[in-house]
Design a protein. Structure first.
Length: 324
């Protein structure tokens, strides 16, 4: 346990210090308390910077926390928590943690609400890296697939994608529910040729599924999905997944987020995974992002094999099977 009361799990992938060092914050967002969340993000980002992390990744809704049913009270709070209201804090507190080639973070991945039309919001992921306007449309990933209560408050990014080219490789972005849609993941892998997906989430734990005839039941179906889908998507698209999920109970509703943030290799194997129940910071140094993908492709190059059977559909990003 660190002096800031965060449990830290720190590992090294290899000896090449030119590889990627990534920090993943398996943390809880207080609701409604944006100032407490800002304080936590700053403390975690500072710890990551001190420990030589290149990219610090925070969960979905890390500034605001998640929605709840009391619409008027929730809307009032979210209006105060929207990212545009905290740009000064980002620039004065987080940006000084960025390095200039001699230490410091290369980028901080955040997700929070951003103003859209008609009083709604976008659920936006963005990277604070000193490279320009991180809230510009071309610099954000606006969540595409919206579940449940999010449809009442946010609007879809529709065909949105965000690509981040770094010295470590090319990263694509998804938010929570998005990760379950194979067409989006295929676009990132086959069309955009991403090396890694940064998946930020407020992924809940509890949901019941029961098949009494076979004596099968689970009360944490959503958490089971997290553990099943991420390795499958990573393997079948031969991409890294850096999954950063919220953990703990919602301050108003009591709903539990399942944590389990982690790093999945292009083989689909989980290299490190955080707690289901408490806050924990994961750090892995010296990841060979491109090398691990090349190693997997030496055995089965899914992109090459896929494109032998499927062809692009005109100017679109979709594919159809070859005929004849």
């Amino acid at each position: 346990m660190s002096k800031d009361r965060f449990q830290i799990v720190e590992r090294s992938y290899g000896d090449d210090d030119q590889g990627l060092s990534v920090g993943i914050a398996n943390i809880h967002a207080s609701v409604p308390d944006v100032e407490a969340n800002k304080d936590k993000i700053l403390r975690v980002a500072s710890l990551f910077a001190e420990r030589g992390v290149d990219y610090a990744i925070f969960p979905e809704f890390c500034l605001s926390g998640y929605f709840w049913e009391e619409r008027e009270r929730c809307q009032e709070y979210m209006n105060s928590a929207v990212t545009e209201e905290h740009v000064d804090w980002i620039e004065s507190e987080l940006e000084p943690l960025l390095g200039d080639g001699d230490g410091g973070l290369e980028g901080i991945v955040l997700n929070n609400l951003r103003h859209a039309a008609d009083g709604c919001y976008y659920n936006s992921s963005f990277v604070v890296d000193g490279g320009g306007d991180y809230l510009a449309d071309e610099s954000t990933y606006d969540k595409v697939f919206l579940p449940g209560i999010e449809r009442e408050h946010t609007v879809s990014g529709r065909d949105d994608r965000l690509l981040l080219d770094t010295r470590h490789g090319r990263f694509g972005f998804t938010s929570c529910y998005d990760y379950l849609f194979s067409a989006l993941m295929r676009e990132y892998a086959m069309v955009d040729e991403c090396d890694a997906i940064i998946q930020v989430a407020s992924w809940r734990a509890e949901a019941a599924r029961e098949y009494p005839g076979l004596n099968v039941r689970t009360g944490h179906y959503y958490a089971d999905l997290w553990d099943t889908v991420i390795p499958a998507v990573s393997a079948t698209n031969q991409v890294w997944t850096f999954g950063c999920n919220a953990v703990g109970e919602h301050g108003v509703t009591g709903a539990r987020f399942c944590g389990g943030s982690g790093i999945w290799a292009p083989s689909g194997l989980c290299l490190l995974q955080a707690s289901r129940t408490h806050e924990e910071l994961l750090i892995v140094h010296n990841l060979d992002v491109a090398g691990a993908r090349d190693s997997e492709q030496d055995d089965f190059d899914y992109a090459v094999d896929f494109k032998e059977i499927y062809r692009p559909l005109g100017e679109s990003r979709g594919f159809s099977r070859e005929v004849g």
